[in-house]
Design a protein around this ligand. Sequence first.
Ligand SMILES: Nc1ncnc2c1ncn2[C@@H]1O[C@H](COP(=O)(O)OP(=O)(O)O)[C@@H](O)[C@H]1O
Ligand SMILES: CC(C)(COP(=O)(O)O)[C@@H](O)C(=O)NCCC(=O)O
Length: 804
Amino acid sequence: MAPIGGNPIHRSSSRPQLDVSGAAIQGNFEERDPTILLPNQSDDISHLALDIGGSLIKLVYFSRHEDRPVNDRIKKTIKERLGISNGNRRSYPVLGGRLHFVKFETNKINQCLDFISSKQLHCGGMDAHLWHSGVSNENAVIKATGGGAYKYADLFKERLGVSIEKEDEMNCLVAGANFLLKAIRHEAFTHMEGHKAFVQIDQNDLFPYLLVNVGSGVSIIKVDGDGKFERVSGTNVGGGTYWGLGKLLTKCNSFDELLELSQRGDNRTIDMLVGDIYGGMDYSKIGLSASTIASSFGKAISDNKDLEDYRPEDISLSLLRMISYNIGQISYLNALRFGLKRIFFGGFFIRGHAYTMDTISFAVQFWSKGTSQAMFLRHEGFLGALGAFMSYEKHGLDDLMVHQLVERFPMGAPYIGGNVHGPPLGDLNEKASVCCMKSDLLIRNGLPASAMFFVIDLSSLSVTGCLVFLDVSLWLVTWKTTNFSLFRNLDGFGSKHAYGIFFLFSSFSTVFLQQYYFLFFLEQMKTWDLKLMFMVYCTCVGFGGYISWMEKFILKGTEITAPVPMAPPGTTGLGGFEVPSSRGGILRPDASKLNVGVLHLVPTLEVFPLLADPKMYEPNTIDLSNPGELEYWFTVLSGHLPDLVDKAVASEGGTDDAKRRGDAFARAFSAHLARLMEEPAAYGKLGLANLLELREECLREFHFFDAYRSIKQRENEASLAVLPDLLMEIDSMDEETRLLKLVEGVLAANIFDWGSRACVDLYHKGTIIEIYRMSRNKMQRPWQASIMKTFLQKLLKIDIEDIQ
Ligand SMILES: Nc1ncnc2c1ncn2[C@@H]1O[C@H](COP(=O)(O)OP(=O)(O)O)[C@@H](O)[C@H]1O
Ligand SMILES: CC(C)(COP(=O)(O)O)[C@@H](O)C(=O)NCCC(=O)O
């Protein structure tokens, strides 16, 4: 081990505090990305915080970056060599990580406890058992907010052996909202008449604003700064009211079912409209159209009907509209009280649901005569949990810059919580594993009721059985009958919910399915969401050798909740609201599953210091919300996919395994593309850079770490061979020409883009170095000296004369 410099890395005080004293490179200096060990780094970065509300438990947890699986044995050896005993804290660098967002129903708190326990979140993460084995959790503390932090404190102590440190709910909501609005690019958006528009918030012009958290009940908070706020109002008619009353009136079993019903509803059958009172006429004198709802549920007075005579769909829509509109109106009145123009709405009642957001926006716009605006937050339900997370003394996140938290959508990471089913966890070497997935979504999306999953014996790649399931029952057809005793361990089996159950025999390192079955099932999936979900599923079981057993287990146990409408609702003008146009249209699964990604913390990213206005700088210059742009890039990226897959497969030695992964990657990425074509804002504001990042992330997800590795190797060799000549040539130039040539060279190299057909064609005719030479000698570039100067001066806060 060789010591590295004693210079402390400059960090502002509240960033992740790295103690670099005694830092040393572990192992071979020649190695790429050698591990740097920080023996004195106390890893106090908190891992888990909770918001236990009246309806839902929200979890925010942090996991360190670990791009490649680190062999447990290597970790142990490192630990032994450093002489770290079991009782010590983990002692390797925490340079980045991921923030995950997960939710559970509060009345199923045991599932949440199982989740925490299986991921070891209460003792610091997945690998904690390796480092803390034998150490008791007696003094472990988890920060939590919400009423449940009080109600369930004893249960946490009993089940996990940890104490709950309670954080004030309003404090947390505000801290969470401020954090999101400052640190996450495109967190806030407006939603009017089905149109979603992202809003870029200027950190310096954030306060004051009104925060309306629509959870079970509604809290209305005037926010004046960090930690400066007042809860100015609230209403007990909130998300709990919609769900509670809706459940009683429609007999729905889940919130999402209720929401889904509303999508097919017609509220005019039950709401009393102005036209009903005014004989079909508008009451234009006071600005009310005939279609304006005069009285929610008012028709029930004179209809002489029983509850059963009304369609649950209509009831649900009327209720949703009544509550959303009321919340919008009360919020506006409070904004008016304090002269606030901006109102942010959070809480899980919103649920990313178009009709709900449109109704709230409409109420705010209508009553404010367009002077106030409703805005929504992509992490709507996680404000409190994030705030609790921020309340750890050393979370290191408070002055993160926007660019340091990057949202990504890897396919294999579990985003949402839910049921954790199955036998007690075993370890990676276990020969059989059971994964189960709630099948509601599959059935809802019209998957054929038979032949859902084949049971494959991976050691022989032969089909040993087939799972067939219908809406309420699950049948097992077996060719062999071995090992099915594991069924007994599954709770929920045979209950009214159907579960797709997958048995894998033999080791996970073998491949999931023969291509045929994979393709067959993929074809059956009717929506892109479903295809995506299926691929997540296959990826996890298929590449089990890379993904930990625990992760797989959790993912399979992750409840896939019911869909919500995707198409925008139809709204009318003046005070009127008609039936949503999205009746039975395209459905998408739980918004929080696909619309909130994992936030990647990259504290090492720094802003280019010469940018004139870093805050306003938008690197994403191509905005794909323009349908023409999206279509163009969709075609380019789709067309380029086979070539990329070839390169990726070659970069991994062209093995069968790499080919299979390449194929799966192509399908996964195509599914993402197709989803984005349908709904460009599905993952937040979409620019070309995001799309390329998504592609990279997707490649990594399928364990292609650098698709261009072999090409780079070849090009590096070619470049190194000519480098001395090139340097001599550059050295011989006068100062000014040299500088210009260097900048030209950088740009010329940078124009090379594997995504561009023209570049690839050029490349096929020669090497990159030839293209470089050609671009220097022949191509007329727009960056001629004078243009270059203006360009640099505009972009950077430097006077070009200074550097000449
Ligand atoms: N899967 C779900 N289960 C229950 N309620 C949900 C779900 N998704 C959204 N909701 C709505 O979100 C509300 C809870 O929002 P949340 O912000 O979590 O508040 P709380 O902190 O009170 O639990 C529920 O009352 C319901 O209206
Ligand atoms: C009591 C609460 C703060 C609890 O928060 P929740 O679990 O609903 O998110 C909230 O339900 C609320 O603000 N209710 C409205 C009470 C009122 O002002 O009438």
